[in-house]
Unconditional design. Structure first.
Lengths: 208, 102
């Protein structure tokens, strides 16, 4: 266990890097740099979870967010390539002013609530001693597969639905409509069959 | 309770959430808007885990687990929609796809 003074120091360093990288996500003009800032931010949050004694969540954070999600973002950015061409408008636009005011109001409201009110609520029995004896993964797993079994099943169904939806969208991409003009009429089934052979070849060349 | 005070974590979560919300409002690139949504989800996750430690209860960590599941599915479907949008309109600007008409 890290001594307490070192924990505070670690918290401040990690929190500073997390806030700076979050700002980097918003401020970078290049979406790739934004994705890399996001990666730094996710990793810093994983360190904070370790400080909070939530080792399992920290590992899931690294694997799912820093691994899968950031890779997906970078992949899509590389695939499209066109998103970097969006002009960044100048400072002090009405949109920016409204966003700054809204952000200030949000932060001051939430901050004052955090500052003023004491934390109440039902206390559980999972003290650090229990965790040290049994291990966080074991305790979490038992809770997950007994009390929250239905939620686990529903999460599985949700992931299946998401998989099918993403596959369906990706298939339309691969089929390659005859013309990708906006507002082109819906295809008849025969036209779809006709375009299948034509549309597939360049896709394969690109993807190979 | 040893360790870093919980209020610091809650404040950090509030700051990160605000940065994400401002990003959603300011940026026009769909990809970066999605990243800012992820930032906000992560800020809430941090709050959940901090309160989970404060209250000696694992419910917060279970919630974070499900939030991560939902966020992963959201990113997969959202980016698939973004690819399809880019093929249809050759743009990733949220302002250019403001109408519901296909």
């Amino acid at each position: 266990m890290i001594p307490e003074s070192l924990q505070s120091l670690l918290f401040w360093v990690v929190a500073t890097v997390a806030v700076l990288s979050a700002g980097g996500v918003v401020l970078n003009r290049n979406a790739i740099y934004s994705a890399l800032s996001l990666l730094v931010n996710f990793t810093m949050l994983a360190v904070l979870y370790l400080l909070l004694n939530a080792q399992f969540i920290a590992m899931v954070q690294v694997i799912v967010y820093a691994g899968a999600v950031v890779v997906l973002f970078v992949f899509v950015e590389m695939l499209l390539g066109a998103t970097g061409r969006i002009q960044v408008t100048g400072w002090l636009t009405p949109r920016l002013i409204v966003a700054a005011v809204a952000g200030f109001l949000l932060l001051s409201t939430v901050g004052s609530v955090v500052y003023e009110s004491a934390i109440g609520g039902m206390r559980g029995n999972v003290t650090p001693e229990v965790l040290a004896r049994a291990g966080v993964v074991q305790v979490l797993g038992i809770t997950l597969y007994t009390d929250y079994l239905l939620a686990v099943q529903l999460a599985g169904v949700l992931m299946l639905v998401g998989l099918v939806g993403a596959l369906q969208l990706g298939q339309q991409w691969q089929r390659g409509r005859p013309s990708s003009l906006p507002g082109s009429p819906a295809r008849s089934p025969s036209a779809a069959a006709e375009s299948t052979g034509r549309g597939n070849t360049p896709m394969r060349e690109n993807g190979g | 309770m040893p360790g870093v005070p919980t209020a610091w974590f809650l404040l950090l979560g509030a700051i990160l959430f605000t940065i994400g919300a401002v990003g959603v409002l300011v940026r026009r690139n769909v990809l970066i808007v999605l990243m800012c949504v992820e930032l906000m989800l992560n800020a809430v996750n941090l709050t959940f885990v901090a309160l989970s430690r404060e209250l000696s209860s694992l419910t917060g960590q279970i919630f974070v687990f499900f939030v991560i599941v939902v966020a992963a599915v959201e990113v997969a479907v959202g980016l698939a929609i973004l690819v399809e949008l880019n093929r249809l309109r050759q743009t990733a600007d949220v302002d250019e796809v403001s109408e519901l008409k296909g």
